[in-house]
Design a binder for this molecule. Structure first.
Ligand code: DGU
Ligand code: CA
Ligand code: CA
Length: 275
């Protein structure tokens, strides 16, 4: 038997075994199981965007207390929420009361000021097709506020995706972002400032983008990065973590450094993978 035939025979046997397990050929095509022997493993793929199940114009902010399941409908701003610009005074499409959960929502375009959380909140499987002024703003005033972003993704943010203006802790997990300014920014110049805790874990970041997270070193912020997969950034231009001197006067904050320092920016090279 030639080595080629031997390989084919083995592969047939493998496929036979897998179909016995109910695994189809279609499922195999995307897996690395059929990669030629010795080939480099395929670059890990990023989760697919969901298909919207209908669209809904939103003329005034939808207030959420408890749980709101958008059932993967596309929500987009109209009227007062429809200016489709970078104006800072825009209202959100969704405003979440303390403890609210928003899930299975696609924000279409225009997305105005996205989602506002007035206290602790969970954004689960929320997708922004074209980020408005920003995607979500976290505004709780208690140090015990927790904001959880789990799953979902955002595209085309002129500047910030997650704007952290309040107090407490923001945890971003299993999220994807592409074409953005900053994934998370602790407000550099809000009238009331707080020490803010940021954890970003298990995310896919696709170029172009400026920075994954920006923190105010002078207000005691910390940002921790783990399992960050960066795609397409061959020149390593995206800054993983940037430190600023924040202020409460509204002026443009000054950037003071970038990279891990073990205090404000907590990660090491091993927390980032490039492909
Ligand atoms: O207090 O100066 O741009 O929430 C407000 C801040 C300003 C914010 C931020 C936002 O940084 O308005 O979109
Ligand atoms: Ca803004
Ligand atoms: Ca905003």
């Amino acid at each position: 038997m030639t080595s080629h035939k031997r390989k084919t025979g083995r592969r047939r046997a493998l496929i036979g075994g897998l179909s016995a397990l109910g695994i189809t050929g279609a499922a195999l095509v995307t897996s690395s199981l059929l990669a030629p022997a010795g080939a480099a493993p395929a670059a890990p793929t990023v989760a697919a965007w969901p298909q919207a199940k209908g669209s809904k114009p939103v003329p005034a902010s939808i207030e959420v207390s408890g749980t709101y399941d958008g059932k993967l409908k596309r929500f987009y701003g109209t009227g007062e929420l429809g200016s489709d610009g970078q104006g800072e005074s825009q209202k959100p499409v969704f405003v979440l009361k303390d403890g609210a959960i928003l899930k299975n929502v696609i924000l279409g375009s225009p997305a105005a000021d996205g989602v506002h959380c007035l206290g602790s909140c969970t954004l689960q499987n929320v997708w922004w097709e074209n980020v408005g002024e920003d995607a979500a703003t976290f505004k709780g005033t208690s140090a015990s506020s927790v904001y959880a972003v789990y799953g979902g993704g955002a595209k085309s943010a002129s500047d910030k995706v997650f704007q952290f203006n309040g107090a407490g802790k923001l945890v971003v997990t299993k999220f994807q972002v592409s074409d953005f300014g900053k994934l998370v920014r602790s407000c550099g110049n809000c009238k009331k400032q707080y020490p803010r805790t940021i954890l970003i874990n298990d995310v896919d970041i696709t170029t172009p983008g400026k920075s994954i997270v920006g923190v105010n070193a002078n207000y005691g912020d910390t940002a921790t990065l783990r399992n960050i997969r960066i795609h397409g950034d061959t020149g390593k231009k995206i800054k993983p973590c940037t430190r600023f001197t924040g202020n409460n006067t509204g002026k443009e904050p000054k950037e003071i450094g970038t990279g891990p320092d073990g205090v404000s920016c907590r990660y090491s090279a091993g927390d980032l993978t490039y492909n």
